[in-house]
Design a protein around this ligand. Structure first.
Ligand code: 5GP
Ligand code: MG
Length: 177
């Protein structure tokens, strides 16, 4: 099982904890009364979201959506659909979208543009990871954990073929020789 792929640590669990604490402090500062509508993008950001909301430690709502791109994996331009649609009104709410990785930016630019049409009071993005070297569509990340190189990563909720989500560190997947 997984015999041809080996994870190498890129960001340790303890570095992730520090980043989550920093992001939560920034978010607490920007939304002092709480009342946020947090929208977490499944599946990759579920552990990040769970850690982040406990660190934010203010009253907020959490909703989950799942997005999927057609054809080649998450790299098609704009052909993205909601697998798990949003089941809450957004109009007039302070919305914070929580994502695991911004890569080409196609997924997030599509989703943020759609949310904006629903007239939230404010709309911001928090992403654990950013791969700016891969960007095709511009995306503004308001709260960012780490900038990483163009490598395929797993762990801390992020998978390869549904595997490796349980890892505490964020790891680069390498082929075993
Ligand atoms: P994009 O920004 O290209 O539209 O898509 C970003 C999504 O592609 C991320 O949310 C994630 O689901 C997936 N993705 C991008 N880079 C990686 C990676 O290194 N590892 C994994 N597992 N997924 C990735
Ligand atoms: Mg994702």
């Amino acid at each position: 099982m997984n015999s041809r792929k080996k994870p190498h640590v890129l960001i340790t669990g303890s570095e992730i904890d520090d980043a989550v604490a920093r992001l939560a402090a920034d978010i607490r500062h920007d939304y002092p009364g709480g009342g946020l509508l947090l929208i977490s993008i499944l599946k990759g950001s579920f552990i990040f979201t769970a850690d982040l909301i406990r660190r934010i430690n203010l009253p907020l709502e959490v909703h989950f959506i799942q997005l999927s791109s057609y054809g080649e994996r998450m790299e098609s331009s704009g052909e993205i659909r909601l697998v798990q649609p949003l089941d809450c009104p957004v109009k007039g709410r302070h919305v914070l979208v929580v994502e695991d990785i911004v890569d080409t930016g196609n997924t997030l630019s599509f989703f943020m543009a759609n949310l904006k049409k629903e007239e939230p009071a404010s709309l911001k993005l928090c992403s654990l990871l950013d791969k700016p070297s891969r960007r095709v569509t511009p995306v503004t990340i308001d709260y960012l954990g780490f900038t990483i190189p163009d490598r395929f990563v797993v762990g801390y909720g992020i998978d390869w073929d549904e595997k490796f989500r349980y890892l505490q560190d964020i790891c680069v997947l390498e082929d075993r020789e």
